[in-house]
Unconditional design. Structure first.
Lengths: 739, 239
């Protein structure tokens, strides 16, 4: 039975008329309805990246550390001899905006599967989150639901959530950003591929049954803008962390048998995606019978089974004759495991429904969508923001009041309300707990450890996507050297608006170019990533927000450092230099209500000198604390060091910066700056290291007392009891969330 | 006798959804150098173990009430018999919840008073050293130890509580760093700041804090070692 294809059908699946014509050209005939559904998901931006691939090719794949994976679900770096840390970040923005609890929960589930599908044991999760301003009830509802969803899923799995980010801005009011990064460890020689090889080998589906949830999640929800009146809830999947936990254990146990040839997670586009991509990657074909797929409800159409995004499912290829051993392990864990077909030698993906062939297409055609080169055009706002002159900006009289105000703003306040709800210690590897610059994890059985951080700054990237993205990378790396980790590899989650609009595509293009250039400079590979376009609601696009997850290596995990001041009498040093950098700052937005200007200038060479100094000093055990100066500037960074250490400090701003306005000296966000505290005896040794690397170093003052006092040109400009600042900083988010 | 032969033999029960079994195994095997094995939840024979541990996690997902499904697991019949014969049973977090559901310990667990999962380091005070799990501690000593749970709000009715006090069954209480049991030091609304209790025979202990998470000082505290050292001392003392 062959049904005629009408334009209505492909348009409902999210395909344009032009895309439909390309499908017809690719297969040389009209597709069947089932094939049309398969193309609609596989060629969507979410799965096939037809619009972003040409630019992503700019990103370097190699750096100073070995990155042993090419073309897997996740990538990684070799952190210790023979041990690879795999990592990847993904977005679950639209599902979370539509249904925050399940959207966020399944975001965690999906990225974790990308890790263990390659044979790695998942060891940590990080969650960079962005919502509208917290005085809006909708933002509070989304924020609360997302945090609860992450906690529900991650805590149950026993994978610690060790870090993340929080940003609140009107730009995300109608389209929140929920990004999730996961890491796992695997012996380098045991990394599993997603390449289906060996004609006749059985294809096995394991895990949850397939239901009608999440149909069209990739093609419809993720690949279009959100509109106010949309009823998209049925496209969000439902998470079952208990099944996922059993699936992790069963998959890792099954891999131990050596009987598994390939494994792939069913994420976006479900069975369609796994069957065609496994076949295409292995250069073979596949013949599968849909009636064998365990289903949650009767009467599902072939296209529904193929497009379903039901969670907690995997597709495996096992060695012929060893399937019973594999099936037995999954049954032990109470999971479905069914042989649904086998690999073939003809390169065709053949899908049957009760024996009848409902789709038969070349797997490579399906897995390799065409590339679209989209036009890019500089947005109208860009020049105006670049031309902004801060000289007309009034300087506040009471800088202590400004500091109090900044510390109680949700963007700079303590994120403790969030990370207390996440189990961040399970697996007993978390050496540096959340809240500081970066998390540090030990690798049991190895001297080495890893540091990990996730950073973004939508405001910088809106004002200048090229420079903004480089600033984000520089900050992430700076966070790592502060804990003693050498930056080694990057994963990117690129959150942008509708790429079919030339001004949005320009933001994307400039951002990727900036990232590529900075990664080359720092010798960092981009090992994995995710593009999330169409982040637009009725009132416009989000800020272009590339979020970068960076993993670094500690040569000896015992030689790590934290951000809080430790001992009264330690000296406080500033690595780097403060300049007149007010553009795009948190201070400018929060105090003056302005989002404009040029983001702080970045001197990559200076950045590298500062980072090398800090890393060497921490590794030598010379630093009592190290903390990056970023959002909120030097004053906020000093306050944080005091609050974390429950101690005061007395500092004098460097005399050589008198050309710089006082508010910029305190709250400006010049990059390439790190606050270090050290025993007085060690200060000279740190100065020697800074001299050798050519990094500026200033003595600011000393740790001690109960108050933070900052002097400029002989006058106290900030003076406040640390306990009082800490109370404001800790209570800001709970007060908004719980009244 | 070799050193190992004198050591307690530990069995860690693995339910589907347990997630602290490997941490507990690591603490006992690698940090304490004591013999330990996993016990699958379908096992019905616990011969050969001296101490059976029910680890933390979300047994069977805990979608219903924590521990409510796990108590019906095949291994739990064997745990009942093992305890009745005087075997040592330690329930940590989810394991504590399961022991309450199974009636091996008195009381019940409610949702945290704040209605949220709470993960943090905090302090507990040692209330009795008259158990095989705490004999290497000092009465009144303050331990720094992490918790991570959504249902740790311990409850017992007034008669039961009075009886437990009479028989010295309260083993740990949440307290300040200085050792005071104040409402502020209570992370979950637990009755009388109770963090751990034992049965009247003193061979079954349930505790919400995780000793396996603080067995190595690099994780911020090594106070959890005292639990393992107490147990291992039992072995040497009895042999």
């Amino acid at each position: 039975m062959r049904m005629a294809i009408e334009p209505r059908m492909w348009r409902e699946l999210g395909l344009s008329d032009e895309e439909y014509q390309r499908i017809v050209e690719a297969i040389g005939r009209d597709p069947t309805p089932t094939e049309l559904a398969m193309f609609s998901v596989e060629w969507s931006e979410h799965c096939g990246y037809p619009r972003s691939r040409p630019l992503l090719a700019l990103l370097p794949k190699e750096g100073k550390y070995t990155s042993p994976v090419e073309g897997g679900d996740a990538g990684g770096i070799e952190a210790a001899p023979g041990l690879t840390v795999l990592f990847k970040m993904e977005s679950h923005n639209h599902p979370s905006q539509v249904e925050p609890f399940q959207g966020a929960a399944t975001g965690v589930g999906g990225i974790i599967r990308d890790i263990f599908t390659m044979g790695a044991r998942p060891i940590a999760v990080l969650d960079p989150l962005r919502f509208g301003e917290l005085d809006q009830p909708m933002a509070r509802y989304l924020f609360n639901g997302v945090v609860k969803g992450i906690a529900f899923y991650g805590n149950c799995l026993g994978i610690p959530t060790v870090g993340g980010e929080l940003q609140f801005d009107d730009a995300y009011r109608g389209n929140c950003l929920v990004n999730v990064m996961a890491l796992g460890v695997v012996r380098t020689d045991k990394i599993v591929s997603g390449r289906g090889t060996g004609v006749g080998n059985p294809v096995i589906i394991v895990g949850n049954s397939t239901g009608r949830d999440g149909i069209g999640g990739a093609s419809i929800l993720a690949s279009h803008e959100l509109a106010e009146d949309d009823e998209k809830r049925p496209t969000v999947q439902i998470g079952d962390p208990f099944t996922e936990k059993c699936l992790i254990e069963a998959c890792l146990e099954a891999l131990e048998t050596g009987a598994i040839v390939a494994m792939k997670d069913m994420g976006a586009a479900g069975i369609t995606c796994t069957t065609c991509e496994m076949s295409a990657a292995g250069g073979c074909g596949m013949d599968v019978e849909l009636q064998k797929v365990p289903r949650r409800e009767p009467g599902m159409e072939p296209w529904e089974i193929l497009m379903s995004e039901s969670q907690e499912r995997m597709l495996l290829v096992a060695q012929k004759g060893k399937e019973d051993e594999v099936l037995g392990i999954f049954r032990k864990w109470g999971l479905n495991a069914v042989v649904i077909g086998q690999l073939t030698g003809d390169g065709l993906l053949r899908v049957r429904d009760n024996g009848e062939v409902v789709a038969e297409v070349e797997a490579k055609k399906l897995a390799e969508p065409p590339v679209y080169h989209l036009p890019a055009e500089e947005p109208a706002y860009y020049r105006a923001c670049q031309a902004w002159d801060p000289s007309g900006l009034p300087t506040p009289k009471d800088m202590t009041a400004v500091l109090r105000d900044l510390l109680s703003s949700p963007n700079l306040a303590s994120p403790e309300w969030v990370y207390r709800q996440y189990d961040h210690m399970v697996q007993t590897n978390t050496v540096v707990l959340p809240g500081g610059d970066a998390a540090v994890l030990r690798l049991k059985g190895y001297r080495q450890g890893i540091g990990v951080t996730a950073d973004g700054n939508g405001r910088y990237c809106y004002l200048d996507p090229y420079l903004g993205t480089q600033l984000v990378l520089a900050e992430a790396c700076r966070n790592l050297v502060c804990v003693g980790a050498d930056p080694a590899g990057v994963t990117d989650c690129l959150n942008f608006g509708n790429p079919e609009k030339p001004d949005r595509f320009w933001q994307f293009k400039r951002s990727v170019e900036g990232l590529a250039d900075a990664c080359r400079f720092f010798e960092l590979p981009v090992v994995s990533g995710n593009v999330s376009f169409y982040n637009e609601a009725a009132d416009g696009a989000i800020y272009p927000t590339p979020v970068l997850g960076v993993v670094g290596v500690l040569e000896d995990v015992r030689r790590h450092c934290t951000a809080g001041f430790k001992r009264s009498g330690d000296v406080i040093l500033l690595l780097g230099k403060t300049r007149d950098d007010l553009g795009g700052t948190e201070y400018l937005k929060h105090v003056h209500g302005l989002v404009t200007g040029r983001p702080p200038a970045l001197d990559l060479d200076l950045e590298r000198r500062v980072q090398r100094t800090c890393l060497e000093a921490v590794r030598a055990g010379l630093c009592a604390s190290a903390h990056d100066c970023s959002s909120g500037g030097l004053a906020v960074a000093l306050a944080e060091c005091c609050m974390w250490g429950d101690t005061g400090a007395r500092v004098t701003l460097p005399a050589g910066e008198t050309e710089v306005r006082l508010d910029a000296r305190l709250f400006g966000e010049s990059p390439s700056r790190i606050l270090i505290s050290a025993a007085p005896d060690n200060a000279e040794k740190i100065r020697e290291i800074a001299g050798r690397h050519g990094a500026p170093l200033e003595l600011l003052g000393a740790v001690g007392g109960d108050s933070l006092t900052v002097l400029a040109d002989g006058e106290p400009v900030i003076a406040a009891p640390v306990a009082e600042l800490k109370k404001l900083w800790r209570s800001a988010i709970p007060r908004l969330m719980e009244g | 006798m070799t050193a190992t032969a004198g050591k307690l033999r530990f069995g860690i029960v693995v339910f589907p959804g347990s997630n602290c079994e490997a941490d507990t195994w690591h603490a006992i095997h690698d940090e304490m150098d004591a013999p330990v094995e996993y016990v699958w939840h379908e096992e019905t024979n616990l011969d050969g173990y001296d101490c059976v541990i029910l680890p933390g996690g979300f047994s069977y997902g805990d979608y219903l009430r924590t521990g409510a499904v796990a108590r019906f697991s095949p291994v739990m019949g064997a745990v009942q018999e093992f305890a009745a014969k005087g075997g040592l049973v330690l329930g940590i977090c989810n394991g504590f919840q399961i022991l309450l559901e199974a009636g091996l310990l008195p009381g019940a667990m409610l949702r945290n008073a704040g209605q949220k999962f709470v993960c943090r380091y905090l302090h507990v005070r040692v209330e009795t050293t008259d158990t095989p799990f705490t004999r290497e501690m000092t009465k009144g000593a303050v331990l720094r130890i992490p918790i991570a749970h959504g249902e740790g709000n311990y409850y017992a009715d007034p008669d039961m509580l009075a009886e437990m006090k009479e028989h010295d069954q309260i083993v740990f209480r949440y307290c300040t760093a200085e050792g005071e049991s104040t409402p502020e030091a209570n992370p979950n609304g637990s009755l009388d700041n109770i963090a751990g209790v034992c049965n009247r025979d003193r061979n079954v202990l349930g505790m919400m804090p995780h000793p396996e998470r603080c067995t190595d000082p690099i994780l911020g505290s090594a106070d959890g070692r005292l639990v393992w050292e107490s147990l291992l001392e039992v072995s040497r003392g009895d042999s």
